[in-house]
Ligand binder design. Structure first.
Ligand SMILES: C[S@@+](CC[C@H](N)C(=O)[O-])C[C@H]1O[C@@H](n2cnc3c(N)ncnc32)[C@H](O)[C@@H]1O
Length: 273
């Protein structure tokens, strides 16, 4: 057993047991709820992610159908879980659009969704920047979307004025830093990766704040389940800004001599940004 359940958790023990049916259909577990360690780890990640989603949505109006976009969806385990949870357990109207450049994966997901009779989940084999929809989007999210896909997820959210943007980044290949002062620190891979993530996500957070998103950054799941466990949660809302985000962005970007891809995307939209 990897995780203790208690009543404070939004996904309680009974709900967790109901989810076993889905995990069996997704081949993440066998009939007796057993699975390999890597699959258990995936299950823990997606349940923890679902809890963050549900924390934002549980008190919102149930009158309107919700629209979500999963960016860099891959095998769509997270979206299948969110879909199942809201449709089968919460009885809530919801449609999900999964976007991924991998055409074969999207075809396989489409087939699986048909087999499970999941009707309101759609698969788009394309780059995130190509995705558009003539509907109000309630939430965009990504889990371990690689490289610039995290920036593209945030950009999609900002561009469409989406209330909730959730993102857990993966590799940070599009950004590099060579801080002279921290040379002795960044020769350790673990520290280098962490510092890259701190810098990249802090810069992204400042850009999101500039667009009136209140940003929180926290570990969404224990590092036992993944080292890539940092979630950026951005909610479009009115709030008192604590810092001058433009100035802080300039300083941080200059200090580390780097810029996230999100800045480039925003610049293309609004020259002189
Ligand atoms: C590491 S996988 C994560 C998949 C899934 N979200 C998960 O957590 O299991 C990253 C996925 O992002 C997709 N991806 C990367 N860049 C993308 C882009 N620009 N547009 C759409 N999908 C992209 C890849 O094809 C891959 O399936």
């Amino acid at each position: 057993m990897l995780r203790e359940y208690n009543t404070k958790m939004l996904i309680d023990k009974n709900t967790r047991e109901e989810l076993n049916r889905l995990f069996y259909l997704l081949k993440l577990q066998d009939r007796f709820a057993n699975s390999s360690l890597d699959k258990q780890v995936k299950i823990e990640q997606i349940i923890a992610y679902l809890e963050i989603v549900h924390a934002e949505l549980r008190n919102t109006s149930r009158k309107r159908k919700l629209v979500f976009v999963d960016c860099g969806a891959g095998n769509c385990y997270l979206s299948f879980l969110i879909y199942y949870f809201y449709h089968k357990i919460e009885s809530r109207e919801l449609e999900i659009h999964c976007v991924d450049i991998n055409e074969k994966l999207m075809q396989a997901n489409q087939k699986l969704a048909q087999e499970m009779n999941f009707r309101d989940i759609y698969f788009h084999a394309m780059d995130i920047t190509e995705f558009s929809i003539a509907k109000k989007i309630d939430m965009v999210y990504s889990l371990h979307a690689c490289d610039t896909a995290t920036d593209k997820t945030m950009y999609l959210g900002i561009k469409n004025n989406v209330k909730i943007i959730l993102s857990v980044s993966c590799c940070q290949h599009s950004i590099s830093i060579q801080p002279q002062l921290l040379k002795s620190m960044v020769r350790y891979k673990s520290f280098r990766d962490k510092l890259l993530m701190f810098v990249a996500d802090s810069l992204r957070a400042l850009l999101l704040e500039r667009h009136n998103y209140k940003v929180d950054i926290f570990d969404f799941v224990s590092s036992r389940y993944t080292e890539k466990n940092t979630m950026v949660r951005a909610i479009k809302t009115e709030f008192r800004k604590q810092i001058d985000e433009r100035e802080e962005y300039r300083k941080l970007s200059r200090e580390f001599n780097t810029k996230p891809y999100l800045e480039k995307l925003l610049l293309e939209e609004e020259p002189g940004y």
